[in-house]
Design a binder for this molecule. Structure first.
Ligand code: DTR
Ligand code: ZN
Ligand code: ZN
Ligand code: CA
Length: 441
C-alpha cells in the first residue's frame, strides 16, 4: 500500500540504495546494452480487462437503478449513453447524439469522432448499447459497448494519429430490429457513406461459454481478426448465423465493408467446439441470452479480454495502415503477482514455428498494474537466458502502472523458445501484478 505519509528519509535512502542495486541487477554476462524503449504507436496496446469490466459495472448499476434494464425508450438506455458520452468528451472526442423515434419512444445513437486522419477513409467501430427489456444486457450488448469504449479511450491515451479517420458508434434500438444503426446509415448522404472504408461490429463478445467467431464478410477485416487470434494461439470459426443479425447489416446493406466478432448466443456449443475452446458442450454459448440473468456474472473474462484486445488490434491496424504479418504476436494474459520488495517473478511466452533469429526491433508490449511504478525493475529474458533491461527502478516515479511497448534489438537471439518477462519490486509499500505482455516479431 502507498504510505499515508511521505516516504521518510530512511525509507527513501533504503529505496535509493535498493534502486541502485537493482539497476545493476545480475544479468547474463552476454547481456547487451540496454535497448531503447520508445513507445510504438503502431502496435495496439493490451486493453486492461479491469477497465472494460468497470464499464460493465457501470452498465449494471444503471440497469439496477432503472427498472432492471437498459432498453430502448427506458431511462436505463439514456443513462448508459450519458455515461459513455461523458467518458468520450473527457478524452477529447467530438461527440454527437442522434435522435430518432421507434415504437413511439425516442431513441438515441452516440457518434464519437477522433479528430484527425483522412475523413475520406473513415474506419468505424460500433456496438449496440441497448438491452432487451427483460434484463440488464451486460453481455448483450454491454460487452461490445464497453470494449469499443475502452478502445476509443486507448486511442486517446496513446494520442494515436492514424492516417485514416477514426469514428465510433453506439446504437439504440438494435433489439427492435437494428433501428438505430439503420437510421444512422440511412441519414448519411451517399457521399458520406462512401467515405466509410469499413465498419467493425461487436455484439456479444463476452459470452459465459464462449466461442470465438469472426464475421465472414470483408476479407481484409476478417483476416485482421484471424491474424490476431492466430497470434495468441486461439482458433476461430466463421460466424455463420450473423448475416442480418446485428448492426453490421445496416452498413453492409449500403455496400460498406463490414466485419466483427461474436462469442455466441443461444445456440449450443458442440463437442468439437468444446475441445477447441474449452467450456461446456451441449450448453448454450450464452444461457442468459435476452434474460434477466444477463448480468455482470454472465461474462467470461478471458473471452472479454481477448476480444477487447482484438478490437484494439484491428482499429490500430486498419487505421494506421500497418499490418503485423500473420501470426507475429505472442501474448499471455495470465496475471502474475509481484511480491512487495521481494524476489523477481517471471511470466513466459513460448514462441514456436518461426525460423532464424528474432528481429533487431522486437516489440515488447507490457501491461503491469502496480502503484508507484518506480519500485519496478523489468527485464526481457531471451530463451537462452540473456537479459535485456527494459526498465530500471526510479524512486521518484510515483505514477501507477507500466503500460507501454519497448523495442529491443534481439537479433542475437533465436526466435523460437520460452521468452520471459522478469519483474522485481525493489521497494516496500506498493504492490501489483503482471496483467499481460506480448511479443510482436
Ligand atoms: N441479434 C443479436 C445477437 C446475435 C445473434 N446472432 C448473432 C450473430 C452475430 C452478431 C449478433 C448476433 C442481439 O440479440 O443483439
Ligand atoms: Zn440481443
Ligand atoms: Zn446484441
Ligand atoms: Ca489483461
Amino acid at each position: 500500500m502507498r504510505l499515508s505519509v511521505p516516504r521518510h528519509a530512511a525509507a527513501v535512502a533504503a529505496f535509493a540504495l535498493a534502486g541502485l542495486l537493482a539497476s545493476g541487477a545480475p544479468t547474463a554476462s552476454a547481456a547487451p546494452a540496454a535497448p531503447t524503449a520508445p513507445v510504438s504507436a503502431l502496435a495496439a496496446p493490451d486493453l486492461p480487462l479491469a477497465n472494460v469490466k468497470a464499464h460493465l459495472s457501470q452498465f449494471q448499476t444503471i440497469a439496477t437503478s432503472n427498472g432492471g434494464n437498459r432498453a430502448h425508450g427506458r431511462a436505463g438506455y439514456k443513462a448508459s449513453l450519458d455515461y459513455v458520452k461523458a467518458k468520450l468528451d473527457a478524452a477529447g472526442f467530438t461527440t454527437s447524439v442522434q435522435q430518432f423515434t421507434s415504437s413511439g419512444a425516442t431513441g438515441y445513437n452516440l457518434i464519437a469522432d477522433w479528430p484527425g486522419g483522412d475523413v475520406n477513409q473513415t474506419v468505424m467501430a460500433g456496438a449496440h448499447l441497448d438491452s432487451v427489456s427483460s434484463g440488464p444486457g451486460i453481455n448483450d450488448n454491454g460487452s461490445g459497448s464497453a470494449a469499443v469504449l475502452e478502445t476509443a479511450l486507448a486511442v486517446s491515451r496513446a494520442q494515436l494519429q492514424p492516417a485514416k479517420h477514426l469514428r465510433f458508434g453506439w446504437w439504440g434500438a438494435e433489439e427492435l430490429g437494428l433501428v438505430g444503426s439503420k437510421y444512422y446509415v440511412n441519414s448519411l448522404p451517399s457521399t458520406e457513406r462512401s467515405k466509410i472504408s469499413g465498419y467493425l461490429n461487436f455484439d456479444m463478445i463476452g459470452s459465459s461459454n464462449p466461442g470465438y467467431f469472426v464475421y465472414d464478410d470483408d476479407p481484409v477485416i476478417e483476416q485482421t481478426f484471424k491474424d490476431y487470434f492466430a497470434g495468441i494461439g486461439v482458433p476461430t470459426e466463421i460466424e455463420t448465423e450473423g448475416d442480418g443479425r446485428s448492426d453490421h447489416a445496416s452498413f453492409k446493406n449500403v455496400g460498406i465493408p463490414v466485419g466483427g466478432l461474436f462469442t455466441g448466443a443461444s445456440r449450443t456449443k458442440s463437442s468439437a467446439q468444446a475441445q477447441m475452446w474449452g467450456g461446456t458442450a451441449g450448453q448454450a454459448f450464452d444461457r442468459c441470452y435476452h434474460s434477466s440473468c444477463d448480468t455482470t456474472s454472465n461474462i467470461n473474462d478471458t473471452a472479454l479480454d481477448r476480444n477487447s484486445d482484438a478490437i484494439a488490434h484491428a482499429v490500430w491496424t486498419l487505421s494506421t495502415g500497418t499490418t503485423v504479418p500473420p501470426g507475429d504476436a505472442y501474448e499471455t494474459t495470465a496475471d502474475v503477482t509481484v511480491p512487495d520488495a521481494g524476489a523477481a517473478v517471471t511470466s513466459t511466452v513460448t514462441v514456436s514455428g518461426r525460423s532464424g533469429n528474432a528481429p533487431a526491433a522486437l516489440k515488447v508490449g507490457v501491461d503491469i498494474k502496480h502503484t508507484w511504478r518506480g519500485d519496478l525493475v523489468v527485464d526481457l529474458l531471451a530463451p537462452d537466458g540473456t537479459a535485456y533491461r527494459l526498465k530500471n527502478s526510479s524512486g521518484s516515479d510515483s505514477a501507477d502502472n507500466v503500460i507501454t511497448t519497448y523495442t529491443v534489438d534481439a537479433s542475437a537471439e533465436t526466435a523460437n523458445g520460452a521468452w520471459k518477462l522478469r519483474v522485481q519490486d525493489v521497494a516496500r509499500y506498493d504492490t501489483g501484478y503482471i496483467d499481460s505482455w506480448k511479443l510482436t516479431f
